[in-house]
Ligand binder design. Structure first.
Ligand SMILES: Nc1ncnc2c1ncn2[C@@H]1O[C@H](COP(=O)(O)OP(=O)(O)OP(=O)(O)O)[C@@H](O)[C@H]1O
Length: 336
């Protein structure tokens, strides 16, 4: 369904230079797959999606989508895809049903067929009670559901969703994904979506492509990410940064520790079982004359997963915000 070869996109910088937003992407997506493109702000996710959906020409490399070249056959590509961009694409003055009918007409449906399609989609996305409501009077979650319906008007075999849940509360996010999963089960549609949220990728994707600084740094089923992040994270606070670096060096070679990172006066260690490791690590520190002033154990966050995959903390790589509990695990140069 999608096949790219060295797909790249650079942007001109104000000083006349070039900024490589997407670099040498070789990606292949099979018919019926659901693929999550995961990464921090500025990683290049939207740029990649916009190239694949013909909204932005590549500066190098090529891509075929639904059997057509995105550069030379963009019209045919567009006939085979749905695209739901970031933010609300829905207009602000029409009623929901009219938005859908207009979109159907744009896709070449007769008025009657467009009305029929609008009714089907309103039902599918449980928007029937809101059919006559103007979009500016809808909640964020309702508007995103309408956006999703708009992306489905031409019954595309391939749907692109660019951060479809940004700005929604957790309940509305879950609700929207339930719809996407159901539509996919019903239609067998191929779906490619971008997200910041590991749990969304886990819920709705067969495969996760992690993008960092314009490149693919990991590609595989969500289990791959979870396996990488299995276990616990133990954080020990010590009185000063020198003690933290000493403790990091000590823990980096300790039996139970898979990786250790120092950041300021905190040392974070990746372990299989935090409950048994925590007392042992505190004892090891004290045996070496390092005072531990505070300690905590927690399950890994997406930030930890990303750190393991890329050596970068998501929070440091961009203005990343998940709303999840948890702290940044440490600076790249401090990684053990
Ligand atoms: N039209 C543009 N002109 C100049 N730079 C751009 C343009 N579009 C994107 N960029 C830059 O390219 C990089 C990748 O941006 P992109 O929007 O693809 O990232 P993203 O992974 O989708 O981020 P986010 O999660 O914030 O949406 C960023 O550094 C961005 O500033």
């Amino acid at each position: 369904m999608i096949s790219t070869d060295g797909l790249s996109r650079s942007f001109r910088t104000p000083d006349g230079g070039e900024f490589p937003a997407v670099r040498d992407i070789d990606l292949s997506v099979a018919r019926g797959e659901s693929v999550a493109v995961l990464g921090p702000n500025g990683a290049g996710k939207s740029t990649l999606m916009r190239m694949l959906s013909t909204l932005l020409p590549p500066t190098r490399g090529s891509a075929r989508v639904a059997g057509f070249d995105v550069s030379s056959q963009s019209r045919f590509v567009r006939e085979h895809i749905g695209y739901v961009g970031q933010g609300s694409g829905a207009g602000h003055h029409q009623r929901a049903v009219d938005e859908l009918v207009t979109q159907g007409r744009i896709h070449g449906l007769s008025r009657a067929a467009a009305r029929g399609r609008a009714a089907e989609l309103l039902s599918l996305l449980q928007l029937e009670p809101l059919a006559r409501r103007k979009t500016q009077a809808m909640s964020g979650g309702q508007r995103r559901r309408l956006d999703l319906a708009l992306g489905l008007v031409n019954l595309p075999p391939l749907l692109f969703l660019d951060e479809p849940t940004t700005g929604l509360d957790p309940q509305s996010r879950g609700h929207l994904w339930d719809h996407v999963v159901r539509i996919r089960q019903k239609t067998g549609m191929t779906i490619v979506f971008t997200t910041h949220y590991l749990e969304e990728a886990d819920h709705a994707a067969d495969r996760v492509v992690v993008v960092d600084r314009g490149r693919i740094v990991a590609d595989g089923p969500p289990e791959l990410l979870k396996q990488r992040s299995a276990g616990h994270t133990v954080t020990l606070a010590v009185p000063d940064p020198v003690a933290a670096r000493r403790l990091q060096a000590l823990l980096a070679t300790a039996d139970r520790v898979r990786a250790a990172t120092a950041h300021g006066t905190a040392v974070t260690a990746k372990v299989d079982d935090g409950r048994t490791a925590l007392p042992a690590l505190i004892t090891a520190a004290r045996d070496h004359g390092i005072d531990v002033v505070a300690a905590e154990t927690r399950t890994p966050t997406l930030d930890d997963v990303f750190l393991e995959l890329t050596g970068w903390s998501l929070r440091e790589a961009g203005a990343f915000s998940t709303g999840e509990a948890g702290q940044s695990s440490g600076a790249q140069e401090d990684s053990a």
